[in-house]
Design a protein. Structure first.
Ligand code: NAP
Length: 335
């Protein structure tokens, strides 16, 4: 059975996902598109055989030929579309963030629980990265014993002028927030943010770099660096220190060169290339699960927990204090 997919939002990541659904993955077909930028939706549809353009996301969700929905529109629009998909009883893959506030994420959690069906997956693709999966397996298999500390870094060569301080947390570190919680199977209880001297490459509205300290319920301490004007490349580092050893995220494959008296490898420049395989695996897995009427990946509770944690990080940075991360207990629905 080929799954008929409707995509809301045909911007940057929307185009990427439409391309993978159409040309790389199996079992799904993009049959409907919607975007506030109607011309862009029409132009995209013209390249797809038989895709229909809807003037609103709500109309797309209601369309009878649309079996499942992919939401790749801008963050502030996610809540309404995900709620509409839940109301229509359709499985929905929503790019991160699930919604832009913790309250909005909670409304989605409540609506999904009330529907009685697991319908929502959030686009935290790190969980599908080969390296992160190998790292998680080593931790889950007890190779390094109980995790005690995690050191990680998220570095970009540079960011555009419109990238401001909060984005380092809500758009960038949000990936670590979800991935690390999944990696060590623990929830966070507090956050603190340290702001070192700014790099000369930043601008007035961006503190860069920053260091985020998280503590977990199980007592693990995490330090995460976000440095988005590091100049040298796109670099994701993660090292988990356990009672019996240390496990590190593998470096992406690259030829090891011995030349001109130097031993070297290439460091990627582009986040899309770094995680390209994981996006493919993520969406293929979502299609397989959706064909069985299920959701396997990061769920609405994970989206909510990430939002609460990001809010606490923002608060901690604003106040210069340790901010508690408080949520209600995880509902049994998401056990
Ligand atoms: P983008 O290029 O700006 O694309 C978003 C598209 O949604 C634009 O075409 C925008 O139109 C459209 N849009 C705005 N409001 C809409 C509405 N009410 N209904 C339908 N479409 C609407 O942004 P992007 O970079 O693709 O990001 C989209 C989402 O994906 C964001 O939430 C982002 O955080 C997420 N994302 C995730 C990853 C990841 O690694 N998982 C990577 C990149 C992006 P206009 O331009 O005319 O406003």
């Amino acid at each position: 059975m080929t799954l008929n997919v409707g995509v809301i939002g045909v911007g940057m990541i929307g185009q990427e996902h439409i391309n993978r659904l159409t040309n790389k993955l199996v079992g799904a077909k993009v049959v409907a598109l919607s975007d506030v930028n109607a011309r862009q939706a029409e132009e995209t549809a013209a390249k797809l055989q038989g895709a229909k353009v809807y003037s609103t996301g709500e109309a797309l969700i209601a369309a009878p030929e649309v079996q499942v929905v992919v939401v790749t529109s801008s963050g502030p629009t996610h809540e309404a579309y995900v709620l509409a998909a839940i109301k229509a009883g359709k499985l929905v893959f929503c790019e991160k963030p699930l919604a832009t506030t913790a309250e909005a994420c909670m409304r989605i959690v409540e609506a999904e629980i009330a529907s009685g069906r697991h319908l929502v997956q959030v686009g935290f693709q790190r969980r599908y990265d080969k390296g992160y999966r190998a790292l998680k397996k080593a931790i889950d298999d007890g190779v390094i014993g109980a995790p005690l500390m995690v050191h990680c870094a998220h570095r970009n060569p540079s960011v555009p002028e419109g990238y401001v301080s909060d984005m380092a947390i809500v758009d960038t570190f949000i990936h670590e927030i979800d991935a690390l919680r999944w990696l060590i199977n623990d929830d966070y209880v507090s956050a603190q943010v340290l702001v070192p001297r700014n790099t000369k490459h930043t601008h007035a509205k961006l503190d860069d770099p920053i260091i985020i300290l998280l503590a977990t319920k199980g007592g693990v301490r995490i330090d995460g660096e976000v440095f988005v004007n590091c100049r040298y490349g796109y670099d994701i580092l993660c090292q988990v220190v356990g009672e019996e050893g240390v496990a590190s995220l593998p470096e992406p494959e690259s030829v090891l060169l011995r030349r001109d008296a130097k031993l070297s490898t290439t460091i990627m420049q582009d986040w899309k290339l770094r995680f390209i395989d994981s996006y493919d695996v993520e969406l293929q897995d979502w299609i397989e699960a959706a064909r069985a009427g299920k959701v396997n990946g990061p769920n609405a509770w994970d989206g909510y927990f990430a939002a609460v944690t990001a809010d606490a990080c923002l608060e901690a940075k604003r106040t210069g204090t340790v901010a508690p991360i408080v949520t209600p207990p995880r509902p049994a629905f998401y056990a």
